[in-house]
Design a protein around this ligand. Structure first.
Ligand code: PLP
Length: 393
């Protein structure tokens, strides 16, 4: 099997599996208990918090453990809205966010609890800062914009967004789920740091376990909790998922070691590998095109691991099933993957015509993907497309 669906999830590292196992077997006690066994479990949680904090360059107490990206985002959005003054009922976001953001915003709008304003994006899916600026009026409670897109890998100018929000005194949440572990992510005010108020990420996107995530909140940023309880400084009630958090901590340490060392050579190599795959697929399927900035796309514009290719007049679902039969795992927009034939709202928001959006497929690499796997996969994609086209009426 050739797994090119790493934006959905990644293989947990061996050391991560070991940490999860050890937490289950040895540190299964409740970290809120005062006895020694409980305090050992607490130590596991706090060590993991330190590793996550080191990865972001922040202080451990600024982090809240959650059940993953979706919950972190939910707490950031609803917790901010609930903490904002009554006259601030607007959330500003874009049409290319992950459905964790989109669905939370739609739900708040449907209930009449918030008004949602979408900042326009350009044809590459990048937010237009001039359009965003116009929307930042005194009634805005929160801006939520992702760092990198899960479907296209397109990178948003989040530092400029943060500066704009700071200038207007508006709170900024950044969805960093696809960025963390793949690229350096320093939060705060130093050079190259991202000066956001809230920041979400999730372990299973960088070789950690599923069901463990983090919400960073800058000191002084008030949130009304969604789950009440004394844990996580009262910001998120519920007994902590010690095995998941232990695995997340190890994944964070490994990601940092990779980013500080090998990544500096490997990221450009991985991007070239992805570009070569893209060229091979486009060569085999002349009417196909890339959704997002075309290759060679530097990692500052498009994550080194992602390519989203439109195959006109075909359906993504049929392509994914045919690829899966040949042993290649890829993915499509959220709606397609849930069995519906609706094209991805993200791809549509970029202005891609529906006949292209319907046949758009995402291939995503991990730091473990090899050139041989990509060459073989490109050959299979070409053959599958030729077969699907030949069977069209
Ligand atoms: N945000 C982005 C950009 C994502 O890609 C994902 C997951 O794919 C999420 C949020 C949700 O994260 P989780 O799966 O941990 O709930």
């Amino acid at each position: 099997m050739i797994f090119l669906d790493h934006n959905s999830t990644t293989r947990p590292d061996t050391a991560v599996v070991e940490a999860v196992r050890e937490a289950l077997e040895t540190h299964w006690h409740n970290p809120s208990s005062v006895h020694r066994a409980g305090q050992e479990a607490r130590r596991v949680v706090e060590l993991a918090r330190e590793s996550c904090a080191a990865l972001l360059g922040v202080r451990p107490r600024e982090l809240t453990f959650t059940s993953g990206g979706t919950e972190s985002i939910d707490l950031a959005i609803r917790g901010s809205l609930a903490a904002a003054p009554a006259k601030q009922r607007v959330i500003v976001t874009t049409g290319v966010e992950h459905h964790a953001v989109r669905d939370a915003c739609d739900d708040l709008a449907r209930r009449g609890e918030a008004q949602v304003r979408l900042a326009a994006v350009d044809a590459a899916g990048v937010v237009r800062l001039d359009a965003l600026r116009e929307l930042l009026t005194g009634d805005v409670a929160l801006v939520s914009i992702q760092w990198a897109n899960n479907e296209t890998g397109v990178v948003q100018p989040v530092r400029d967004v943060a500066a704009l929000c700071r200038e207007r005194g508006v709170r900024f949440h950044c969805d960093g789920v696809q960025w963390v572990g793949k690229m350096p992510a320093r939060l705060g005010t130093g050079p190259d740091a991202l000066d956001c108020d809230l920041f979400s990420f999730s372990a299973h996107k960088f070789h950690g376990p599923k069901g463990a995530g983090v919400l960073y909140a800058r000191p002084g940023v008030r949130l009304v909790p969604r789950l009440h309880g004394s844990q996580e400084q009262g910001r998120r009630g519920g007994t902590e998922n010690v095995p998941g958090i232990a695995g997340l901590g190890v994944a964070a340490r490994l990601a940092q070691a990779w980013l500080d060392g090998p990544a500096q050579i490997e990221i450009p190599q991985l991007a070239q590998r992805r570009d070569a795959f893209e060229r091979a697929v486009l060569g085999a399927c002349p009417d196909a095109s890339v959704n997002g900035p075309p290759a060679p796309a530097p990692p500052a514009q498009r994550l080194w691991n992602t390519t989203n290719i439109a195959f006109p007049r075909l359906e993504a679902e049929a392509i994914l099933l045919a690829l899966s039969e040949r042993g290649v795992c890829a993915s499509a927009g959220a709606a397609c993957s849930s069995g519906s034939l609706d094209p991805s709202p993200v791809i549509l928001a970029m202005g891609v015509p529906p006949e292209r959006a319907h046949g758009s497929v995402r291939f995503s690499l991990s730091r473990e993907t090899t050139p041989d796997e990509l060459a073989e996969a490109a050959g299979i994609v070409g053959e599958v497309m030729a077969r699907l086209r030949a069977s069209m009426p």
